[in-house]
Structures are given as structure tokens and as C-alpha cells.
Design a protein around this ligand. Structure first.
Ligand code: PRP
Ligand code: URA
Length: 205
């Protein structure tokens, strides 16, 4: 399942993220805002339960989130930028990290780090702003499944059709939430029109 954000604010943010003149501080803040929108969209199906509260005027019935801890697993390094919005929006989030780095020539990702909280029985989201070939996200989904995640979701800011296809092929049924679906990859497996190297744009490297 692929879901693409449809909101004028998302279009606005993505256009500024693409703009090569956008400086790292603004880039980080825009990435935060867009991830907040994605976090809300990706969790539409969270379970809720009834709760009775008293307003200053009368008793009323409402709904609150059922206890269902969320785990966000960020792919280093760029995925780190997507953790805080989840922490700020939801009351009970733990965080894991999977270190993956694409080889500059082959674009194949190498796994160099892994630190995960318990995943069994938890709602797990792998977060990485860029889904290009899909190699990194596919490896991360593999890792979290091996460690007990039942149906991890994937949340990205920009995706290429090639990456979406790769995830559907290796992880059928994965819910993928993206800010925008771009045209495709260039010969160096960068997303077009894309926004360049997300990690470099974030950290000014
Ligand atoms: C980028 C990005 C993804 C990956 C996407 O990370 O943050 O993790 O590339 O490409 P793929 O879909 O083809 O695997 P990169 O490997 O450049 O590492 P970095 O975050 O440390 O810059
Ligand atoms: N990683 C990025 O940061 N950008 C791309 O376009 C592809 C992979």
C-alpha cells in the first residue's frame, strides 16, 4: 500500500526542501514539519478507546489512544531528522537505529550499526527521508522483522517508483507513507527531481 500526502502545506514544504538555496537550518525545520504531517497520516489506524471526561460545563464521552507503544526505527544518518516529530506527537514512543550507508559507486547499502528496543507487539515505523533504489529501506525492514516487528510501516519524505517497487517485491503488504512520489532515478541512483543528498542538506556536509 502506498499513500502520498495530499495537502497544500506538504506541496509548499517539499518545494522549499527541493530548492538548492534552502539553508540547513531551514531545511531541518521543514523536514520536521513534513514528518509531523507524515506521522499523523501514518497512524490514522491507531486504536482508540472511550473515555468520559468532565468539561467545565458537563460530562462528555470522548476517545483516547489505547495503550499501544510505537517504535520508530531511524535509518542513519538522515532518518534521525524524522525521530523528533514522532516523539513530540505521540505519548509513548521508543527509538531504534539501523546504520546503513550506500556505496557511492554501486548504491548498495552497507549495514554498520543496529540498536533496537523490543519490537514484539509494538507498532513499528521505519523512517528514512529518501527511498531511492529501496535497498536501504528493504534491509532495515528485514532487520526489524527479524527482531520481532510484525507488520512494520515505512515513512519517507521523497520516494522514487523504483524504491516503492523494491519494497513491494521484498516486503509485500508494507504500508508506505511518503510526502511525494518523484519521477525516477538518474544513472547514479539519485532521485529526480529529488532534493539531492538529504543527509548533506541536513547537516551541511
Ligand atoms: C541515503 C538516504 C537513504 C538511502 C536511500 O542515505 O538517507 O538511507 O540513501 O537510498 P536507497 O533507497 O538507494 O538505498 P546514505 O546511504 O546516503 O547515507 P547517509 O544518510 O549517511 O547520508
Ligand atoms: N539518497 C539521498 O539522500 N538522495 C537521493 O536522491 C538518493 C539517495
Amino acid at each position: 500500500m502506498l499513500s502520498v500526502l495530499k495537502h497544500p502545506l506538504a506541496d509548499h514544504i517539499i518545494t522549499h526542501l527541493r530548492d538548492e538555496t534552502t539553508k540547513p537550518a531551514t531545511f531541518r525545520s521543514l523536514a520536521y514539519q513534513l514528518t509531523t504531517m507524515l506521522a499523523i497520516e501514518a497512524t490514522r489506524d491507531l486504536a482508540t478507546e472511550e473515555k468520559t471526561v468532565k468539561t467545565p460545563l458537563e460530562m462528555t464521552q470522548g476517545r483516547v489512544l489505547s495503550v499501544q507503544p510505537i517504535v520508530v526505527v531511524a535509518i542513519l544518518r538522515a532518518g534521525v531528522s524524522m525521530v523528533q516529530p514522532f516523539l513530540d506527537v505521540f505519548p509513548d514512543v521508543s527509538v531504534g537505529y539501523v546504520g546503513l550507508e550506500r556505496d557511492h559507486v554501486t548504491a548498495v547499502a552497507r549495514n554498520y550499526y543496529c540498536k533496537l528496543p523490543p519490537l514484539e507487539g509494538r507498532r513499528v515505523f521505519v523512517v528514512d527521508p529518501m527511498l531511492a533504489t529501496g535497498g536501504s529501506a528493504s534491509q532495515a525492514l528485514e532487520v526489524v522483522k527479524r527482531n520481532g516487528a510484525a507488520a512494520p510501516g515505512l515513512v519517507c519524505i521523497v520516494a522514487a517508483p523504483e524504491g516503492v517497487e523494491e519494497i513491494h517485491k521484498h516486503h509485500p503488504g508494507t504500508a508506505i507513507h511518503v510526502g511525494v512520489l518523484d519521477r525516477g532515478l538518474n544513472s547514479r541512483r539519485y532521485i529526480l527531481p529529488g532534493l539531492g543528498d538529504f543527509g548533506d542538506r541536513l547537516y551541511g556536509t
